[in-house]
Design a protein. Sequence first.
Length: 323
Amino acid sequence: MIVDQKRILVTGGAGFIGSHLCQLLLANGHDVICIDNYFTGARRNVVHLLSNPFFELLRHDITFPLYVEVDEIYNLACPASPIHYQHDPVATTKVNVHGAINMLGLAKRVRAKILQASTSEVYGNPQEHPQTETYWGRVNPIGPRSCYDEGKRCAETLFFDYHRQHKLEIKVARIFNTYGPRMHPNDGRVVSSFIVHALLSKPITVYGDGSQTRSFCYINDMVDALIMLMNTPNNFTGPINLGNPDELTILELAELIVELTNSNSEIVFKPLPQDDPVRRQPDIALAKEKLGWSPKIKLHEGLIGTIEYFDDLLIKEGKSTIM
């Protein structure tokens, strides 16, 4: 056991990023409480942790108060893909706003340090490229993506107001596109969608002409960064961009995945969805300065591991349950 063992709460802990974070925190010798309502998270993501005596799994929705004693809170609970957060936009806004209020209230009561998993979507369809933390963004407040974009922006507001008004110790991470094993197979995000379609030799849909760009960070790099951020000195709050600055077009990503999977999938083109950002690339100078962090895993390497995960999932669960 390490000397500084902490009791740590991870909301959304059975989700993609949350399950990897729980795993790493346990490996670092901490006591972890994982809570999830399984809207997009899955028990299978953490089933391998259940035998660990320092791991506790609770089904809970953070739009309702929670009473536990903890030292740190990672607030990751929220559907993160357009398909999921647009399925119930009111619930998405609630988990971002009511959920943040409840977790901040808990942190205030027990004097816990709390980290908010915000998003690059706070920048909207940006006019600044690459995006720095000082950019205020360009977000449509009444569009179909607003429940997520504005919900996360409001959560950041709440975190900084609790910090100023109640002297709460906060950390705010703006997470850019992250990928890897345990992504939800039906979340509609480009990496998971392209891989699953390629493995099934189904058409791969690219919106627009495919020239829009994204920057993809492998999950292991991301959870390392979140823990580094939580461990920064008390006077550093963020917000801080966490992501991979290596930018590529969506069409290039589709072509690479077809190549890596040896797929016969055809690439088809459809109109861009409303308010879909044309360019997305993080400026991570602040992360390099404050955390000494930059991504280590290249896209090609990360995609191979992710493809293996989805290939195994298709075999275990059957094609009909995935698509």
